[in-house]
Design a protein around this ligand. Structure first.
Ligand code: SF4
Length: 205
């Protein structure tokens, strides 16, 4: 029976979702009630699937190093920020090696969860991690143009600020391109100085 509590109903809907027949896992998300910041990743990997925790392995280590550098250490971040993704289930392995990126259909299927989260939480700030998440949140464009500035976005009837970060996976070579580390620094500064981030984590020390 569907719960009358919108938050409970959302969690039931999200974690009970089995809409995509090709994925290898079941939904993983870091659901934080009343969060004013949402982070949108790409999709869990096998370690995240096993641990039932987003960004639980090497990509997470790098991501949380970035957030720690602006005053938000991992556990506090996880307690304060709702961690979503463009696809919540581990898509499985790609035939060429590595994790398969979620398909367009899987992203479209999973968008209903993100829309519901935006409408429920009405976040002031959304942090998108990686190109697929950047497109979902901040619209079209490649990482080189999306990473760095603060974007003003509107989705599911909710207006919010967004910052795009590169994917922290060790397989990504984006940060090796000249100029891209500076863009990452600009994006982290945009997060660190945002009012929602400062409220959640205090001024940068
Ligand atoms: S990827 Fe999203 S839409 Fe697809 S089964 Fe998992 S939770 Fe449901």
């Amino acid at each position: 029976m569907k719960s009358n509590d919108p938050w409970r109903a959302h969690l039931d809907e999200l974690f009970g979702c089995r809409r995509c027949p090709e994925v290898a896992g079941t939904p993983v998300s870091g659901a934080v009630r009343d969060a004013q910041i949402i982070l949108v990743g790409q999709a869990p990997g096998p370690r995240e699937q096993e641990a039932r925790r987003p960004f639980a392995y090497t990509a997470g280590r790098r991501l949380f190093e970035w957030f720690t550098s602006i005053g938000a250490e991992e556990e506090r971040f996880r307690e304060s920020v709702y961690i979503a993704a463009v696809a919540r289930c581990f898509p499985g392995r790609a035939p060429t090696g590595g994790d398969r990126p979620p398909s367009r259909i899987e992203i479209a299927n999973c968008a209903v969860h993100l829309d519901r989260e935006l409408a429920l939480l009405v976040p002031e700030l959304v942090i998108a991690v990686g190109g697929l998440a950047g497109k979902e949140v901040a619209g079209s464009g490649d990482l080189a143009t999306m990473v760095g500035p603060l974007h003003r976005c509107n989705r599911a009837g909710v207006a919010f600020d967004a910052v795009v970060l590169p994917h922290p996976s060790g397989r990504s070579t984006w940060l090796n391109v000249p100029g891209n580390r500076e863009k990452l620094g600009n994006a982290l500064s945009a997060i660190a100085t945002h009012r929602a981030f400062r409220r959640a984590f205090g001024p940068r020390v």
